[in-house]
Ligand binder design. Sequence first.
Ligand code: C5P
Length: 407
Amino acid sequence: MKRLEGVSIALGVGGGIAAYKAVELLRRLVDEGAHVTPVLTKNALNFVGLTTFRALGSSEPVVSLFEDSSPIPHTKLGQGVDLVVVAPATADILSKFATGACDDALSTILVSTDAKVVLAAAMHKEMWSHPAVMENIETIRRRGFTVVDPEHGRLAGGDVGFGRLAATEVILDAVVGQMATRDLAGYHVVVTVGGTREAIDPVRYIGNRSSGRQGLAIVSELLDRGAHVTAISTIDPALSSSYLEVVRVESAIEMESATRSACKDANALIMCAAVADYRVESPLVNKFKRGSGNLPEIKLVENPDILANVVADSKMYSQNFITIGFAAETENVEANGRAKIVKKGCDILVVNDVSREETRFGSADNEVIILSADGSLKYIPLAPKREVAAGVVDALVERLLSIEFEQ
Ligand code: C5P
């Protein structure tokens, strides 16, 4: 799902060496479904060409207040957008925005809009640490606008320090975060993703057909709703966000230890991973070669039930920890689900029928029943995994709110 579908954005570009990075941001914003109008300062044009922004933007770029047929282009654009993001926001732009000064298209739009504003600061390190700049940023933040801090790194002229424009992903997250429902801001959720692999020898393993797609959709949904997420994953999530910590694991034993330790300071666990129920008791140290004598017998032993163990842990630590399990069933889906939620002791169980072609492991869509320990049931008909993720996260939010209400 595109995270900025239907959102109208003015992308301001200031005159700094990082202006070229605004091209990548423009592309990502458009890819996420936003309608983007680039607004460049005259100084930005010393660093980047208008043609690039014309080619990639959704509307004609704006540079001057006086070339549009409308006599008041700044108010027209300022009123029409949902968000203004400026990257790079130079010391000059921050100063103008803090004091309300406006002498060009970008500064005038910033002062004439009541849309959300995200400013991704970038400048030389001496400028970034100057008290005037610091005070301007304080003023801007106090008024409720977002400033994305620059990173430490290489700057223009070979200097190194704080002042480099934040990564595109971080700016994109700040924009998405402004537009999304942030009902999980301040919550920490642990999600397990993918199928575990149980080693037979250094090159072979016992695995399963889980693709991890549903787990990744849940991670994305949680991030968009403002949660801090720890993903305990057997696959590379290919997602980056300052709110996401990824712990890569392979086996059920590794997943168990990472999950139990991450849950200690979390509000919820969503146990989406397909965990192998059995592992090889003694994996071979060296690769087993063809013709090296009798075929080895693979003796299996039972893996710990991670979900059940976290449920037991959470009863010790806090009454308020929410546990969500998944169950893949091939028959009597609802009845088996009801039995499993009791057996596992979790608060919510998401049950899906993997016998069907459309909802098999690895498919793009899913159809689930969300069962709650209190007996209530919600059915989500066949939908893309991201929509199913939204339903699962809604169930989590409902449960969190009801616990807070009870207290
Ligand atoms: O018992 P079953 O494997 O169907 O339960 C599925 C749920 O339990 C999933 O949430 C899965 O992640 C979790 N599970 C687990 N540890 C295991 C096996 C499954 O946490 N060893």
